[in-house]
Design a binder for this molecule. Structure first.
Ligand code: PMV
Length: 331
């Protein structure tokens, strides 16, 4: 008999895409239609902890809620167990530090932390590419939170097992860039349409979807060059048009998928005024009404102060680290 799975604790941070992932070409393997590019933040970490000696509880779709925001989920589920050739289920506690009701997706940090903690608990030693592919199967954007700084998630080639191998994120070299992201919370409520449902409807019904995927390819090429030059204004302009384009494809879906709220537009107006005043600030939005604003670190306080008129809360984030095991569990 094999020894029981050990315990492991991992920490990961959320990432925000500057070139968006929206739409899958394979729903089961979570293979995206196009490459995406993100920055990992230094706020709202998730800690995934696999306590020793727990097993057999918390089947799929049966998350056990604990007080204080803790949640136990199956430890990486079937994928990790298959790789480890182990039958027993472990329970992993996941703790998010996203302020309650902040309305920020935590699936990226959650599945990245889970991939690192669960594989370590089962004694698997995966490299960062393999961890990224594994995290991808939990939530596509989680593939990017394995890495700190800027990361590029390759859509991969083809279909089936080969495609699975070729779709992972990797860290991206960038020039000298002092980037901050101001998060403007306008509505902390739960989203009306999940990203899974919203993506599928957009892919299947939006006449603008194909053209957006095409333009996203060009955006990515320009974005990589702008990052290498350390050209924050170009990075911001490309990120903003890519995000607004993504929201346009959603609005053209039938029925429309709309995540923007009136307060979202108020914040977008404030960003335009900031730019008229000479502050380089650019918006990006995901599957919700909150706005994330890319700006120089030196301008972050001013941007946050300005946006407070339309937003209920603001947070300032900078570049954060990749997912890692906590030292006390050292391998
Ligand atoms: O990884 P998911 O299924 O939560 O999808 C994330 C999609 C967006 O956040 C809207 C864009 C992105 O690239 O992160």
């Amino acid at each position: 008999e094999r020894p029981a799975a050990g315990h492991a604790t991992a920490v990961a941070h959320p990432n925000i895409a500057l070139i968006k992932y929206w739409g899958k070409r394979d729903d089961h393997l979570i293979l995206p239609a196009s490459d995406s590019l993100s920055m990992t933040l230094d706020v709202f970490s998730t800690t995934s902890h696999r306590p020793a000696g727990t097993r057999g509880r918390g089947g799929p779709g049966d998350p056990q809620r604990h007080p204080g925001g803790r949640r136990a989920v199956p430890a990486g589920g079937r994928l990790v167990r298959e790789r480890a050739r182990r039958a027993e289920r472990a329970v992993v506690d996941t703790r998010n530090t996203v302020p309650t009701g902040a309305g920020l997706a935590s699936s990226a940090s959650g599945f990245a932390a889970l991939a690192v903690a669960a594989t370590a608990a089962y004694g698997l030693r995966l490299d960062a590419t393999e961890l990224s592919r594994l995290a991808r199967r939990g939530s596509g954007s989680a593939s990017r939170s394995i890495f700190g700084g800027f990361a590029l998630w390759h859509a991969g080639r083809g279909t089936g097992a080969d495609a699975d191998l070729s779709s992972y994120a990797e860290p991206l070299p960038v020039g000298d860039l002092d980037a901050a992201l101001v998060i403007a919370i306008v509505d902390a409520g739960p989203k009306a349409v999940s990203s899974r449902v919203g993506m599928r409807r957009t892919v299947e019904t939006s006449p603008l979807y194909g053209p957006w995927v095409e333009s996203s390819r060009a955006d990515l090429t320009e974005m990589r060059a702008a990052l290498l030059r350390g050209d924050l204004e170009a990075v911001g302009e490309i990120a903003e048009r890519n995000a607004l384009g993504m929201h346009a494809t959603m609005l053209a879906a039938r029925p429309a998928v709309r995540y923007m709220a009136p307060a979202t537009l108020t914040v977008l107006d404030s960003i335009l005024r900031l730019r008229q005043d000479g502050v380089a600030a650019y918006a990006t939005m995901d599957a919700g009404p909150n706005v994330k604003v890319l700006c120089a670190g030196a301008d972050a306080d001013r941007v946050a102060r300005t946006l407070r008129s339309g937003a209920s809360r603001t947070y300032i984030a900078r570049l954060g680290p990749g997912a890692c095991l906590r030292a006390e569990d050292g391998r």
